[in-house]
Design a protein around this ligand. Structure first.
Ligand code: NG1
Ligand code: ZN
Length: 536
């Protein structure tokens, strides 16, 4: 207790206005970096408890604010398999962080220890990393103090992408077991991806240059490092890395990156877009991915998370069929209400695959995707991955092929199992997946975009007095409260062709979001405005 008290005094929590609390949200604790030092310390205490509760398995902590401005930062906990912190524990995180004094912090810590029956004699292990934000340095110092005051063993992996940290957590916990996820090092991550990439490409040609905008974040140096691991004699992959300046923190995510491209629906102004070049953007911590190109005729064409999802589902579906596993391996796609309706139609009607809609936040999608043998999940913003069950992976490895085509499909599926990050959405791994698929199909981005036409859509942010009044049902697609609001939205939607609209409270901002789609751009805009007025 003394150790925690003394250390906590060095990392005070900044008190909020009366009645306000820090909350562990979809992205962990995320806010202006100068509020986070005490929080980071206290997250260290929780990570120790969590590790001890899980018998000393390694827990991860990632310090990042992803696509948010450079002055922000965030602290997020990663569970032993590399997935997000179990939902029940979000409450405990919130309780520790909101303890008003050092003494009360110790009380909450002791109470959690007793209530959760945690044996403090079990050794605790925590591994952590941070993105390129300058504030990260101070936050990991506070975190390490929290870990030391609770006598946890820890490894500081320094600067990493978020998915790399998730990889390291899973690799640490599976080391030396039959389910080993890979070598426990950053190099191990690169080696695993490069090896799987070569196997998945199977000698096919990657056409032209890929220009990768790295949001001036951690993805830049990490992608450049990864590229060194691709054997040039086996795959010729011409990548031009741009917006990879991490020495000027103020330009992080500034007019570039996946979030900019998706929300502004245009290419980053720098470097000047070259017509026809295949481009993609990562976000500030390299877990989101958006593809696009500047078209001399149609202007800008974007391929977002829904497109990556349908591309992956289509390719993997074909492979499973060629592998003769159609009846054994159940494939499903998981989306949120923000998925473009045209993508949902394409997946259900053309690919004939089931689609499940979940509330916003990848933890929900991830969980539902685990219910399939192959679960494809992406948010429209480009965050997602494909999960393979142990049964599916065994089937790829152990099925006796009856023809060269069947063998080829089985080998490609097995390679994808290693190429695709199984812990969390990973922009670098997802980018390699897209490149593999385009090479196999010999497709350009235009061919990919031709598979279906997106419905015009509009997303607006609406300032409301109290966003908590807006409660939803049906995976956030309908409002249950305030009463009557949903009826009004239904009436508005009826006035437009192929229209859909919903409103929900943001989980990351103090506002509501309204989404609308319809047959034409003007109708989508009009509907969004109408619904915005209803909830204002
Ligand atoms: P909120 O603020 O709850 O809409 C946003 C994104 C989510 C997700 C989270 C976490 C939209 C419409 N919403 O959630 O997709 O990524 O942030 O970062 O893009
Ligand atoms: Zn991110």
């Amino acid at each position: 207790d003394r150790a925690i008290l003394e250390a906590s005094a060095r990392h005070p929590i900044v008190p909020l206005e009366k009645g306000k609390f820090y909350t562990y949200g979809t992205a962990g604790f995320r806010m202006k970096a100068d509020l986070l030092e005490g929080i980071s310390f206290r997250v260290g205490l929780l990570a120790s408890l969590r590790s001890r509760k899980l018998n000393g398995q390694a827990i991860g902590v990632m310090i990042t604010a992803s696509h948010n401005p450079a002055a922000d930062n965030g602290v997020k906990i990663v569970d032993p398999l590399g997935d997000m912190l179990e939902q029940d524990w979000e409450r405990y995180a919130t309780a520790l962080v909101n303890a008003p004094s050092d003494e009360q912090l110790v009380e909450v810590y002791n109470r959690l220890t007793t209530d959760l029956k945690i044996d403090l004699k079990i050794p605790a292990k925590v591994v952590y990393g941070r993105d390129t934000r300058p504030s990260g340095h101070k936050l990991v110092t506070a975190l390490a103090d929290g870990l030391e005051s609770t006598k946890a063993e820890y490894v500081d992996y320094k600067i990493l992408t978020t998915p790399q940290l998730h990889y390291l957590v899973r690799a640490t916990n599976s080391e030396g077991t039959p389910l080993s996820y890979g070598k426990v090092s950053e190099v191990g991550y690169y080696e695993k991806l490069a090896e799987a990439f070569v196997r998945a490409i199977r000698g096919r040609r990657i056409n032209g240059t890929l220009q990768v905008d790295c949001a001036n974040g951690v993805g830049g140096p990490k992608l450049s490092e990864f590229l060194k691991y691709i054997p040039k004699d086996k795959v010729s992959f011409d990548v031009k890395v741009v917006n990879d300046d991490v020495l000027r923190p103020e330009i992080l995510n500034l007019d570039c990156g996946a979030d900019f491209v998706k929300t502004k629906q245009r290419a980053p102004p720098i470097p000047k877009p070259q017509p026809g070049v295949r481009c993609c953007s990562l976000d500030g911590d390299a877990d989101r991915l958006i593809y696009y190109w500047a078209d001399p005729e149609s202007g800008f064409v974007m391929l977002d998370g829904d497109r990556i999802s349908s591309l992956a589902a289509s390719f993997i579906g074909d492979l499973v069929e060629s592998a003769g596993l159609k009846d054994e391996v159940r494939i499903g796609v998981v989306q949120t209400a923000y998925a473009n309706g045209a993508s949902t139609n394409y997946i259900t009607q053309h690919l004939k695959l089931p689609v499940i809609c979940t509330p916003t936040g990848v933890k929900h999608l991830h969980h539902v995707a685990q219910g399939f043998d192959i679960g494809v999940y992406f948010e429209a913003n480009g965050h997602g991955t494909v999960l393979f069950s142990p049964d599916a992976l065994n089937a790829f490895k152990n099925t006796e092929p009856q023809s060269p085509a069947q063998k080829d499909a089985l080998d490609t599926l097995a390679a994808l199992g290693d190429l695709i990050n199984q812990t969390v959405g990973d922009a670098i791994s997802d980018m390699l997946l897209v490149e593999v698929i385009l090479a196999h199909k010999n497709w350009t981005l235009r061919d990919w975009a031709m598979t279906y036409a997106d419905l015009p859509n509009r997303l607006v942010r609406v300032e409301v007095g109290n966003k908590d009044l807006f409660q939803t049902t049906d995976a956030e697609r309908r409002l249950s409260h305030p009463e009557g609001a949903q009826d009004e939205i239904d009436q508005a939607v009826k006035k437009y062709k192929d229209a859909r609209s919903f409103a929900r409270a943001s989980g990351t901002e103090n506002a509501c979001r309204v989404y609308a789609e319809a047959a034409s751009r003007s109708e989508a805009n009009e509907l969004a405005e109408r619904v915005a007025r209803i909830i204002e």
